[in-house]
Design a protein around this ligand. Structure first.
Ligand SMILES: CSCCC(=O)/C(O)=C/O
Ligand SMILES: [Fe+2]
Length: 181
């Protein structure tokens, strides 16, 4: 099952877990409260399993592609990983289905602390539009992921600060509504 935790304040080696001592784990409900959604799929049999297609149909994801993050398969590997790890938001959801390997998606919680989400083969994660986040490989240095998109397969990071961005405002409003409901 996916694990998530509040990160420590050590800014060395982004690929290490960076758990606090003792660890402060966040469960699936805690992730859902900040808009992050998660499913576990059978990465070796997902077409037959049918759950991915069901999620695609329900959430209207029209296109997808695959990206393999590793030194010999990702063009401009160093620059891309730097870009992925630069805190940013997107105007759409970020939907990633891990087909091989592993990596960390970090998201900011309402107190602006980093929550590290450990994603491994079979994990499907949806990071909401407007949340500040970043991505890094872990020390295994390999992750193959399917990227799903509501429309054209376009990936545009909007680096922090982007507090006035409409989707950032919309996201913050959704958190307020969640906590007053
Ligand atoms: C492993 S998917 C590449 C990273 C990415 O698309 C993104 O937006 C990270 O936040
Ligand atoms: Fe992103």
């Amino acid at each position: 099952m996916v694990r998530a935790w509040i990160m420590d304040s050590d800014s060395s080696n982004q690929r290490l877990p960076h758990m606090t001592d003792p660890p402060q784990f966040i469960d699936l409900d805690g992730l859902k409260q900040i808009g992050v959604l998660y499913w576990k799929l059978d990465a070796d049999n997902y077409e037959k399993e049918g759950l991915l297609q069901k999620i695609r149909d329900e959430r209207g994801y029209k296109s997808s592609d695959c990206i393999t993050c590793c030194p010999d398969k990702l063009p401009d590997y160093d620059d891309k990983l730097k870009m992925f790890f630069t805190e940013h938001l997107h105007s759409d959801e970020e939907i990633r289905f891990i087909m091989e390997g592993s990596g960390y998606f970090d998201v900011r919680n309402p107190e602006d602390k980093w929550i590290r989400i450990e994603c491994v083969k079979g994990d499907l994660i949806i990071i909401p539009a407007g949340i500040y986040h970043r991505f890094t490989l872990d020390t295994n240095d390999h992750m193959k992921t399917m990227r799903l998109f509501a429309d054209e397969p376009v990936w545009t990071p909007i680096n922090r600060p982007a507090d006035d961005h409409p989707k950032r405002q919309e996201y913050l409003q959704s958190l307020r509504q969640c906590h007053t409901a």
